[in-house]
Design a protein around this ligand. Structure first.
Ligand code: PLP
Length: 378
């Protein structure tokens, strides 16, 4: 049996997505920048995909810029804020994805001030601290905080952060890679300047993502070359990927209610079964809080010795079960998860992240639990 519980790492492509991508590859190979009919066909596909994506976020299609992935979106947004918008201070947290943390570390070497907002023991952003950081001096600032944490699934209060940023004339970027396609977001209701998204996290293809860039916020190119993407990001567009991303997003949002209920039930089933096997299981972050946590992610510290975690991972893999380590300490050797290290955790206990999708079943959870139960007896 093969069981995939690593959907925060990447997701399976939906059949319908593969179909539209195949169709685009077979019949729309013209360069979208060419003025002949082949080019115009490709251009039309790109623009209808942009419209479709914009509709789901309630934004203007011109505010969607296609990129190659979430990492590119994060890099280009932060670097553009420094290069073109005169930003001198970045406010972020220590539990962001490395696609933010490493960019921020690099920008520190360029004399950019970086402030890390405090987080509580469960990994929640201290909004009062954020408010004080937003006023720390007169420099131009950007706040970059992720919407849903990829390791512990904590959800940011986007509306409140947006409010704090507006009150203090601070730009706001959110890395929404783990949220887009899984949570409804209306950018007319919540003012955000920049947002990053990635197709492979919502059953779309790898190698494509998008940035939402609020109208009139940025007009300089972050990749130089041709005039693609309104001159902001040069390079011939990956038509098939863009079409696949738009299809994947539409299916995700059209099925959201139904899939949400199924996955939420799977997660509660997982929690109750796991508690029976390991009654002392510690849930990292807000993992077992159904309101403050993503329904897709659960991060558990298991009451077993660190020396046994490699054996457990080996056992899970042997049984065809995929999850993610996300451990604070892997056999005392590897660096482990920076997120777990920055929050309260049973630090000697190894942590595992399980992340679900609508393709998962209750039977798969039973199978996982049987594997864990037999392991517990070793
Ligand atoms: N940001 C978050 C929160 C992520 O989870 C990921 C991927 O794991 C990324 C950024 C990077 O996205 P991509 O794989 O599309 O570069």
């Amino acid at each position: 049996m093969k069981v995939y519980f690593d959907n925060a790492a990447t997701t399976k492509l939906r059949e319908e997505v593969i179909e539209v991508m195949m169709e685009a590859m077979n019949s729309s190979y013209g360069n979208p920048s060419s003025s002949h009919s082949f080019g115009r066909t490709s251009r039309a596909l790109i623009e209808s995909s942009r419209k479709e994506i914009a509709k789901h976020l309630n934004v203007n299609p011109q505010e969607i810029v296609f990129t190659s992935c979430g990492t590119e979106s994060n890099n280009s947004i932060l670097r553009s804020a420094i290069d073109f918008l005169d930003v001198k201070t970045i406010i972020t947290s220590k539990i962001e994805h490395y696609a933010i943390l490493n960019v921020v570390d690099f920008l520190k070497t360029k004399k950019i001030r970086v402030e890390y907002v405090n987080i509580d023991d469960d990994g929640n952003i201290d909004l009062e601290h954020l408010r004080s950081l937003a006023k720390i001096d007169d420099s131009k600032k950007i706040v970059s905080l992720m919407y849903v944490n990829n390791e512990i699934g904590n959800i940011l209060d986007l509306a409140e952060v947006s409010q704090i940023c507006q009150e203090n004339s601070v730009l706001f970027h959110t890395d929404a890679v783990q949220a887009i396609g899984h949570f409804k977001i209306d950018l007319k209701q919540i003012k955000i300047d920049f947002l990053s998204a990635s197709a492979h996290k919502f059953h779309g293809p790898k190698g494509v993502g998008f940035s939402y860039i609020r109208k009139n916020v940025l007009s300089e190119a972050f990749i130089l070359g041709g005039q693609q993407e309104r001159g902001l990001r040069a390079g011939t567009e990956a038509v098939h990927n863009i079409v696949g991303m738009s299809k994947a997003l539409s299916i995700s949002y059209n099925n959201l209610e139904k899939e949400f209920i199924h996955i939420k039930e799977l997660k509660s089933y997982f929690v109750s079964k796991l508690k029976r096997i390991f009654p002392n299981t510690f849930f990292n972050g807000n993992s077992d809080n159904s309101i403050k946590n993503s329904y897709l992610i659960i991060n558990v510290a298991l009451p077993i010795s660190s020396s046994k975690i490699d054996l457990l991972n080996f056992q899970l893999d042997l049984k065809g079960i995929a999850c993610s380590k996300g451990s604070a300490c892997q056999s005392g050797a590897a660096l482990g998860s920076h997120v777990i290290k920055n929050i309260e955790s049973k630090s000697n206990w190894p942590s595992l992240r399980f992340s679900f999708s609508s393709y998962n079943t209750f039977k798969e959870i039973d199978y996982l639990m049987e594997t864990l139960r037999s392991f517990e007896k070793i």
